[in-house]
Write a protein that binds this ligand. Structure first.
Ligand code: CA
Length: 224
């Protein structure tokens, strides 16, 4: 899960970003509205936290541009206490939710989970393909009754695959989704992690769930 945090108050931005990183989200912190648009052109996000008063371009304008492009990425606005009109304008412009500053980190995290769940069209954050089940809130995975121990990035990739099960995802798309802009690994790091995942998910099971589509990428599905 990758999240863009657009907030020009540096200390608040750092606080939010760190809280998200602790929850295993991959985070791009951004301090300006115009920069946010560059980030949004370059990556695919699961959620955007968007302050309204920003240098370069206002959060509302960033949001309007995004929605004008039919981009449905969930957006939570971060608003000041005394700006009811901003909140109304934000919701009208297509924000999914808002939080009034100062807010509790736990509440922010809960709202993000709800929003991501809603945007996935799932009633829970539980996904299954064949006998594989993945609980994205508890960050656990099972095949049948067997609990699968996964390292953090392995889980992130499995989560992305199962949220998009049946869809072929390119290496580039996977790496762009899992790692933020600070990361400088090659694209073959995805292959390395897929190898780890296969060992844990598919080895010893007759029906394989992770499939390579030559020249295209990987797909998680029950083999036909
Ligand atoms: Ca601000």
């Amino acid at each position: 899960m990758r999240i863009l945090v657009v907030e020009d108050e540096k200390s608040l931005n750092r606080l939010i970003s760190q809280a998200l990183i602790n929850e295993h989200y991959s985070v791009d912190p951004c301090l300006r509205g115009d920069d946010a648009e560059d980030y949004l052109r370059g990556a695919e996000y699961d959620a955007i936290l968007l302050d309204i008063m920003l240098p370069g371009k206002s959060g509302l304008d960033v949001l309007r541009t995004l929605r004008a492009k039919k981009d449905k990425t969930p957006v939570i606005l971060l608003t000041a206490k005394d700006s009811i009109s901003d909140r109304v304008a934000g919701l009208d412009a297509g924000a999914d939710d808002y939080l009034v500053k100062p807010f509790a980190t736990d509440e922010l995290l809960a709202r993000i989970r709800v929003m991501i769940r809603r945007s996935s069209g799932n009633v829970s954050n539980l996904f299954s393909v064949g006998d594989l089940t993945v609980d994205c809130d508890a960050r656990t995975a099972k095949r049948g009754d067997k609990i699968i121990q996964l390292a953090s990035k392995e889980f992130d990739i499995l989560e992305y695959l199962i949220r998009n099960s049946g869809k072929v995802l390119s290496r580039e798309r996977i790496s762009r989704h899992i790692w933020n802009y600070d990361y400088e690994g090659g694209s073959n790091v995805v292959d390395v992690y897929i190898r780890y995942l296969r060992r844990k998910i598919d080895d010893g099971f007759e029906s394989k769930l992770i499939h390579t589509v030559r020249g295209a990428g990987y797909v998680l599905k029950v083999a036909e």
